[in-house]
Design a protein around this ligand. Structure first.
Ligand SMILES: [Zn+2]
Length: 299
């Protein structure tokens, strides 16, 4: 080391530059190798840089561990006005109809919007108009669905939050996302963090959602890998490491949404989104998860 140093004095700079060094404290690479990002590309996660896939996978384990152990605590943002109140104020519904529908939705344990549509009291479009007023996001004009949209967003996440891309511009870094139920801010965050695009929400009907999902195309060099039984965070990290090698990873991001943990690896050979579906561990958690997304409708 001393010998090297004397021959290459210019290395003293990068050696002292901590940001350029492998972020894994237990990195086994030599001081020289681990601090030369130029010599091998390594993998970047946020502001951290790892000198090799091995070091990256080791660090990923810690990250995955914390994402897996994180309790599903979503801050539910209740809109100021209930859906029922808006439907009443728009004269889409009488208070008697709302009373009947509320009673039925409670006894069948179904969402009030499902009940209202199945009873024929309101149309999907009226419901979407009410949601638009409730959340303050525009409603998609009829007939504006129909374009094929190429999107590198995991369909597992889109299906979980009932949202569909209507427009995706990778040059303008902008996505228009149509929500067919409540607009979940955590879902917006995850998609923004992963794609680095600004997401603009709007409201679509459930039929629009289903139809548009059929038109979501996968861009070339993009792959979504869904792992149904991910195992321990260690096993998950090995999976991420294996895929990192496949795509010749240069960068990775991690996120979680409900019981899904997402790892995106971007490399020379493409982009892969690895979606781990964690099992709900306890009945309480399942209850919590389904309970969160029930619409508050009391008027
Ligand atoms: Zn390292």
């Amino acid at each position: 080391m001393n010998l090297l140093k004397s021959f290459m004095p210019e290395l003293d700079g990068p050696l002292k530059n901590r940001r350029a060094a492998c972020a894994l404290r237990t990195c086994r690479a030599t001081q020289l190798m681990r601090s030369l990002p130029g010599s091998r590309p390594g993998v970047r996660v946020g502001t951290d840089w790892y000198c090799s896939v091995d070091c990256f996978a080791e660090a990923a384990r810690t990250q995955l561990e914390s994402l897996c152990s994180r309790r599903v605590v979503e801050i539910t943002r209740h809109p100021r006005l209930s859906l029922g109140l808006i439907l009443l104020s728009k004269n889409y519904l009488t208070s008697e109809q709302l009373r009947v529908a509320t009673a039925q939705s409670q006894s069948f344990d179904e969402d009030i919007d499902e009940t209202l549509v199945s009873l024929g009291m309101v149309t999907e479009r009226q419901l979407a108009a009410a949601r638009s007023a409730q959340w303050g996001y525009p409603m998609l004009a009829p007939g504006s669905v129909g374009q094929i949209v190429e999107a590198d967003i995991p369909k597992t996440i889109l299906n979980a939050c009932r949202a569909v891309p209507l427009h995706y511009s990778s040059t303008a870094r902008r996505i228009v996302l149509g929500f067919s139920s409540r607009v979940e801010h955590r879902c917006l965050e995850v998609i923004e963090e992963t794609t680095r695009c600004r997401v603009e929400p709007c409201i679509v009907t459930p039929t629009d959602f289903e139809e548009q999902m059929e038109r979501v195309a996968t861009p070339p060099h993009y792959e979504e890998i869904v792992i149904g039984d991910p195992g321990s965070p260690e096993a998950m990290a090995r999976t991420v490491g294996r895929i990192a090698v496949q795509v010749a990873a240069r960068e990775a991001t991690f996120a979680s949404y409900r019981n899904l943990v997402l790892a995106r690896v971007t490399g020379k050979r493409g982009v892969a989104d690895i979606v781990f579906c964690l099992q709900c561990r306890t009945a309480a958690e399942i209850g919590e998860q389904s309970g969160i997304f029930k619409e508050a409708i009391a008027v």
